[in-house]
Design a binder for this molecule. Structure first.
Ligand SMILES: Cc1ncc(C[n+]2csc(CCOP(=O)(O)OP(=O)(O)O)c2C)c(N)n1
Length: 364
């Protein structure tokens, strides 16, 4: 199956098939739907916390939840994820507790990254590597990691997530080219949300699709309806299985849309029309899955309302708990950098300690 690409949708079909015909059990569909709702609820809170001045900067997931949750649900715990800065839905699907994400975002005393890095999250317990700030640099690193799995004979995958803008970077091409030669167990997932800040994807590449770029590297690409959680899950599950069994690396392009701003420092009204945003709001991935589940009698209206209420209560309780925690001690910035601090670092630590003492005195 090398050297081709294909577009796949399930919920986008005029008559989407029944869950039984897709071989999907109710329990899995409800888990998928709850994760979509959870991602949206926590995403909203994080945006509000940023507006309250509690979070420094936040990159919303709004509109892209299906591409994140659908793909991550097909991963195994031992697989390693190399995300970009936007994949909240991936973290939640991998089972990262809401409290840890909040600790990270609010830099509480329990922040797993101790204030280091710009990354939204990262923790070896969940096999999630912290996302780098420079766009696309996670891609070649993920390829190297996957190569180690191959050399050691481990049946694990490396999966890297990145945006459409990242595909213009050398890191993407170097990474996928290297993967096409050494064939490590890696899957490239491009969340094509159609914008790299204000740059539309049409200015990112002259190619009709991102998926077709796989062909030039002798690999297969899938162009998936990224607002269709079920399509994302089914494609990812089959691709992951194949790659885990020694198949060639694969590129998955999830066609989706960033309904919110690039980050909290961006104003998208300056570069795109309200009509365009409205068009995509009507294709909201959560609403699509909700109406599918209701039309197929997998879930009732009341059950849906109860689920939203339960998730909202859960997230708001976690936010309250996290806000009540003390903040990080600024001195932890020196931890986990060197095994033994250098003499210069010791000097800086002393200076910083004195400065903090002085600030405390001045504050009374
Ligand atoms: C090497 C590099 N250049 C520029 C930036 C500034 N920057 C941050 S995010 C971004 C856009 C990335 O867009 P895309 O890859 O499509 O991902 P998205 O944010 O849409 O999810 C840019 C240009 C950066 N972080 N790194």
């Amino acid at each position: 199956m090398r050297g081709w690409w294909e577009f796949i949708t399930i919920l986008g079909k005029r008559r989407p098939p029944d869950p039984e015909d897709l071989g999907l059990e109710r329990e899995l569909l409800m888990r998928m739907y709850r994760l979509l709702v959870l991602t949206r609820a926590l995403d909203r809170y994080l945006l509000r916390l940023q507006r309250m001045g509690k979070v420094a900067l936040y990159a919303e997931s709004l509109g892209e939840e299906a591409a994140m949750v659908g793909s991550a649900l097909a991963l195994r715990p031992e697989d390693v994820v190399f995300p970009s800065y936007r994949e909240l839905g991936v973290y939640l699907t991998r089972g990262v507790p809401i409290s840890e994400i909040l600790d990270r975002q609010l830099n509480t005393v329990d922040d797993p990254l101790k204030g280091h890095e710009f990354a939204v999250f990262g923790d070896s317990r969940f096999n999630i590597v912290p996302a780098p700030t420079p766009v696309a640099t996670q891609i070649p690193v993920a390829v190297g990691y996957a190569l180690a799995f191959k050399i050691r004979g481990e049946r694990r995958l490396a999966v890297t997530y990145f945006g459409d803008g990242a595909t213009s970077k050398g890191d993407f091409h170097e990474g996928i080219n290297f993967a096409s030669v050494y064939k490590p167990p890696i899957v490239f997932i491009c969340l094509n949300n159609q914008y790299a800040i204000s740059t539309h994807v049409s200015r990112q590449t002259g190619a009709a699709t991102i998926a077709q770029k796989a062909i030039a590297y002798g690999l297969s690409g899938y162009r998936v309806d990224g607002n269709d959680a079920i399509a994302m899950y089914l494609v990812s599950r089959s691709v992951f299985e194949e790659v885990r069994e020694g198949g060639d690396p694969v590129l998955i392009e999830a066609v989706t849309y960033r309904l919110g701003a690039h980050t909290t420092s961006d104003d998208p009204k300056r570069y795109r029309s309200e009509e365009e945003v409205r068009y995509w709001m009507e294709r909201d991935p959560i609403e699509r899955m909700r109406s599918y589940l209701i039309s197929k009698n997998v879930m009732g209206e009341e059950e849906d309302k109860a689920l939203w209420a339960e998730v909202e209560a859960l997230v708001s309780a976690e936010v309250e708990k996290a806000l009540a925690k003390p903040g990080l001690d600024p001195m932890v910035i020196f931890e986990d950098v060197y095994a033994e601090p250098t003499p210069q670092l010791r000097e800086q630590m002393e200076e910083f300690r004195q400065q903090l003492r002085m600030e405390r005195v001045m504050r009374g």
